[in-house]
Design a protein around this ligand. Sequence first.
Ligand code: DP6
Length: 346
Amino acid sequence: MTLPPAGRATAEAPANIAFVKYWGASDLERALPVNPSISMTLSRCVSRTTVDFDPTAGGDQVRLRVRDGEPPVDPGEAFARRVRAHLEALRRRFGLPAGAGRFLVETGNSFPAAAGLASSASGFAALAAATAAALGRHPGPRELSSLARLSGSGSATRSALGGYVEWPAPGGEPEDPCAGQLAAATHWDLRDVIAVVETGAKEVPSLAGHRVAATSPHFERRQAELPRRLAAVRGAIAERDLGRLGATIEEEAIELHVVAMTSRPAIFYWAPATLGVLAAVRALRRDGVEAWSTMDAGANVHVITSAAHEPAVARRLREVEGVRDLILDQVGDGPVVDGELVGSEG
Ligand code: DP6
């Protein structure tokens, strides 16, 4: 077959923070979740990935941009292997023969990688968008959410869209569940003050967590709670009700970690400073500040608040022992490919 011509594209894709979490897969190979999840797409935490396709060469190469303006580095074998596997899955999806042509990938994050800040979500969404565009394809958000998930990262599916996102979107294909937008970023200006307490790679990848999730005695209990939580989060987003949203997402995050901590083997993501931040957020609420915590599979805490309360939250969190850095993020739009926002619902 004739391969597509040489092409090059750059995509920027956002991270997201889950309000209702994906934890436990019915099919881990295909990243099919046991339960729907809902997230907010972020604005400042992004991955930027450039992909060059050369139909005349072979052997994909992956480089990691640690800092802008500096030469990219070898990312290490585990990372490169995951990227190459995703490239191979994208070739299959686009009908190209295995190993056809060469992809040259350069990628980097605006935030610490693999520290529970969903670098795989933004990274694989950016990789899928840039690879498709380098091959001359321009998927809409729904198709991109399917391409991003070929990486095996379920949360990457949600990073294909901006604003408030649910995955699977109702009424989708059960075999290939895509994400859908609940509300655009402009609907509600929520802030996410991220307390960075750990900058290294997490010890236990989410994949391992999904694998053992159902061994926790709390797994089924959480599943039974989820329809109520999902409805509360959808309703709170629709009505811009921060109190209702916050109470639900904090309860959900704690329970997710209870499931992780009681699975076999047990998985602990929290660091001592995580508890310090959780206590500071409760103290903020006692002082009348609307702020609520959530954590993905890591020790860092995302504190969801309003624009009006963001400065008070940031001030208090800076004082917590063990907080190394704060990232002031907010709800944002979906991926951008070569300067263009990925189209409206595809
Ligand atoms: C706790 O399998 O999508 O963040 O690829 O590491 O992002 P990564 O993990 P994935 O599981 C996500 C687990 C979670 C909850 C969530 O984002 O829904």
